[in-house]
Design a protein around this ligand. Structure first.
Ligand code: GDP
Ligand code: MG
Length: 417
């Protein structure tokens, strides 16, 4: 029997709708593939509100790590040394750009993160990872926090392994550290006969309409729910046509709403559906008036869930600005699109795990291509951290209980009939 997560509703009813007769588990907490430490943090963090500080996430500062637990060559905080080296290399290397990182090794033998044992000119694995994070656009405070957390994993096994650990081992520590900070909320849950309204909001072109179509197809065809579509994106004729085309292909009822006052009538005109998916017009997070307009539509629809759709191709700074701009919409989940176009997730994940400005809502779905309905999966920590940095060594991921995103493709809508 295969256990499936994905778009099925709670187990109480899900079973009767599963033609294969297998038990369907939609409870994310039952998911066997997520490491225990990730799960426990998520269960707490997922309940924290948008805009509030998560209480369940361990707050590990570089300064609180016990340097004595690791083979550090001096009394100085190793992280400080690593970052000082980074700064020094940037001040002293003119016009060499990224190549400037090569200079860091000059100081690593004395004060690098795990500098002991590394010759002058050679970077320790932790130093080199720190620098790769900075190079990928992760801001220093986050890089420090992640590496401090990674070093606590490293310290845990320092006695049983050689003091100088491999690049791959450190990458795993880092992935684990990032995974631990990720908030995941699992899929949309529906019950037959109980109407559930979900709105997708976000900037233009991030994949809202495509994601609505993917979700509609998954719930309609694989989870066998009655699905209705509604769009308030009436700013472009093409936008309505785009959704209409999907509605016709899947034979779904669809309503177009031009004013908030029409919302109630349109919702009831959809008839007896289990899931209403609301597509919205792209909004610039910088336009307060437009965001307020969107909020007005949403207040009229009072959705059970609002998913903020963000593109993984955005910069971390862009993600932060969007989170801030959309804060009035009070999204309770983030759907991350276009993972297929992003070799490096580091700065996006830094923004989503950020502590300083806006705390992101938990992640619901990941999409990794233009194909409807295939290219979508329930967000999982392993799929995200597998793409943390380009060209990551991944051979050891299995040991951590991590799978790549490929392993999740059969999970997203439950079992096919
Ligand atoms: N590569 C890739 N393209 C995507 C993905 N999701 C959507 N797109 C493409 O992004 C473009 C904009 O999508 P659309 O759904 O119209 O965006 P919207 O403006 O937010 O509704 C289209 O060309 C989609 O095919 C994805 O996961 N990966
Ligand atoms: Mg659209």
């Amino acid at each position: 029997m295969e256990v499936t997560a994905g778009l099925h509703s709670g187990p109480a009813d899900g079973t009767s709708h599963d033609a294969s007769g297998s038990r369907v588990s939609a409870n994310y907490a039952d998911e066997p593939l997520q490491p225990a430490d990730v799960r426990s943090v998520n269960s707490v963090a997922a309940s924290s509100g948008y805009g509030t500080s998560p209480t369940g996430t361990p707050n590990i500062n570089a300064g609180t790590i016990n340097p004595g637990a690791a083979p550090v060559s001096s009394g100085q905080n190793p992280m400080d040394a690593a970052y000082q080296n980074y700064d020094a290399s940037h001040q002293h290397s003119s016009g060499t750009g990224i190549q400037g990182f090569g200079n860091v090794g000059n100081g690593a033998g004395q004060g690098g993160f795990y500098g002991a044992g590394y010759a002058s000119g050679e970077l320790s694995p932790a130093d080199s990872l720190s620098l790769r994070l900075l190079q990928a656009g992760v801001e220093e405070s986050t890089a420090r926090r992640w590496m401090a957390s990674a070093s606590s994993f490293a310290a845990g096994i320092a006695n049983s392994e050689s003091a100088v650990q491999s690049d791959q081992r450190w990458m795993e520590h880092l992935q684990r550290a990032v995974a631990r900070e990720l908030n995941l909320c699992g899929p949309i849950r529906t019950q037959p006969g109980d109407r559930h309204v979900v709105a997708l909001v976000g900037p233009t072109g991030v994949g809202k309409t495509t994601t609505v179509a993917k979700l509609a197809a998954g719930f309609r065809i694989e989870a066998r729910r009655r699905v209705g579509l509604l769009t308030i994106d009436t700013y472009r004729i093409a936008a309505v046509q785009q959704l209409k085309a999907y509605a016709e292909i899947m034979d779904l009822p669809m309503q177009v709403v031009e004013k908030p006052e029409q919302m109630e009538t349109a919702l009831s005109a959809l008839g007896d559906v289990d899931l209403v998916l609301i597509d919205t017009a792209g909004r610039s997070p910088r336009s307060d008036a437009r965001i307020e307009q969107l909020s007005e539509f949403l207040r009229a629809a009072h959705p059970d869930e609002t998913h903020l759709v963000l593109s993984a191709t955005s910069s971390g700074e862009n993600i932060r600005t969007t989170l801030e701009g959309f804060a009035p919409v009070r999204a309770n989940a983030v759907t991350l699109t276009k993972l297929d176009e992003t070799p490096c997730m580091a700065s996006v994940l830094a923004a989503l795990t950020g502590r300083d400005r806006v705390v992101a809502p938990p992640l619901s779905y990941l999409t990794n291509g233009q194909q409807v309905p295939d290219d979508i999966a329930v967000a999982d920590a392993s799929g995200l951290v597998a793409q943390l940095l380009p060209h990551m060594p991944t051979a050891g991921l299995g040991e951590m209980g991590f799978e790549t995103m490929d392993g999740y493709e059969s999970l997203h809508y439950g079992e096919a009939a």
